[in-house]
Design a protein. Structure first.
Length: 219
């Protein structure tokens, strides 16, 4: 029993390290959270992060129940989900590029102080970005099973445990990230700097939308 426990702990550590590296790699989540932190401050960034984790929870639960495998087995379902997710990322990218134009003109500061922040859009953006991304479903279907022990508890229980570890790491990393963005917020809120970041973020979102739209089901 001690050997099994040691192997299980080693697998957990390996999974946690691999998951943390994957979370830290720049992608849609980081782009969206950066965008939200610039427009809505700490609250905006954290709300987008919470939305992102809720979107991950959809795929994690589906993977544990075997639904994601069925989704990925259907070419039609995969294509529909891929196109919808790509269109959504493209829309966010265009919105961010438009915001960069306003920031460069210095108009964003006055509009941000004049209108109160609405929280739902930030939460919704984070949620939809992950919930509509079939690549997230693919991750949970292909990555998690590599760390499931055949002689351990029920696979679905192990999958949920690993998903919880992934969620904790996700929340920890992006909370730290939002706090760092907030600390340098004054620099980032300068019209020229903010416009540059928004332009890069917008282009990244557009590029990710194109990449998602051209993704193959076997990927």
């Amino acid at each position: 029993m001690s050997l099994h426990r040691a192997r299980s702990q080693e697998d957990m550590t390996t999974f946690a390290l691999a998951a943390l590296v994957l979370i830290m790699i720049p992608g849609p989540d980081q782009a969206l959270i950066t965008r939200s932190a610039l427009t809505g401050g700490r609250a905006g960034g954290l709300l987008t992060m919470v939305g992102g984790v809720l979107g991950l929870a959809v795929h994690a639960s589906a993977a544990a129940l075997g639904l994601s495998a069925l989704l990925l087995a259907s070419a039609t379902a995969f294509t529909v989900m891929k196109v919808v997710g790509a269109i959504y990322l493209l829309w966010l990218g265009i919105q961010t590029l438009r915001a960069a134009v306003h920031s460069r003109r210095g108009a964003s500061d006055t509009s941000a102080t004049a209108a109160p922040m609405r929280r739902r859009p930030y939460l919704r953006q984070g949620f939809l970005s992950n919930a509509l991304n079939p690549k997230v479903a693919l991750f949970f279907v292909t990555f998690l099973p590599q760390f499931l022990a055949t002689d351990g508890p029920a696979p679905w229980a192990q999958a949920l445990l690993l998903s919880m570890i992934f969620a904790v790491l996700y929340l920890s990393w992006f909370t730290l990230y939002v706090l760092v963005v907030e600390q340098v917020g004054r620099l980032l809120q300068r019209p020229r700097v903010k416009a540059t970041i928004e332009r890069v973020t917008g282009l990244l979102l557009v590029g990710l939308a194109v990449r998602l739209a051209t993704a193959h089901q076997s990927g």
